[in-house]
Write a protein that binds this ligand. Structure first.
Ligand code: FMN
Length: 151
């Protein structure tokens, strides 16, 4: 089974977490085995990252930037894999989603930070406040589209 990772941060209202669950549903519906990890609950072990065929990153907008736990992951990933030239580490399909309070400038920050992982699938999916049913449908579609790009 293709292994997929949904790595996100959700802390205040659970908004990003709801989006993450829906992205995971979409990945599962397309046949992936999904690991969900909320960096608010602890640091993600970046050494396991090469084992995933694709990844979805989800962040709340924090001061127009990515939540600290996800930035920490990218720092760890760079030191462990990118710096050492580990094979395949710049080729992973990835998707982006984010939650915000009305600003949403984190979109640009996410595009700038996560580009080191591989190839973006679809467009970053943003949502103000609590995700509506329509947004959750789009999250599922994004997960399914990501799964199609995973080898
Ligand atoms: C420390 C902090 C900084 C924030 N900065 C912004 C911001 O710059 N722009 C914005 O639109 N929302 C901002 N927000 C609002 C959150 O992005 C928004 O409430 C989000 O839905 C929270 O996601 P969560 O419920 O998954 O934790 C901020 C929230 C916090 C706690």
């Amino acid at each position: 089974m293709v292994k997929a990772l949904v790595l996100y941060h959700s802390q205040e209202f659970g908004n990003t977490g709801k989006m993450a669950e829906a992205v995971a549903d979409g990945l599962r519906s397309a046949g992936c085995e999904v690991t969900l990890h909320n960096t608010d609950k602890g640091r993600f072990d970046a050494s396991t990252f090469p084992g995933y065929a694709c990844v979805a990153f989800g962040s709340p907008d924090y001061y127009s930037y990515v939540a600290g736990g996800l930035k920490t992951f990218m720092d760890d990933h760079y030191i462990l894999h990118t710096r050492k030239g580990v094979k395949g580490m710049k080729e992973k399909p990835y998707a982006l989603f984010y939650s915000h309070g009305g600003g949403g400038k984190v979109r640009e920050a996410m595009l700038g930070l996560f580009k080191y992982v591989g190839t973006l699938v679809g467009e970053p999916l943003g949502c103000p406040g609590e995700p509506t049913k329509d947004v959750l449908v789009k999250c599922r579609e994004l997960g399914a589209a990501l799964a199609k790009k995973a080898k």
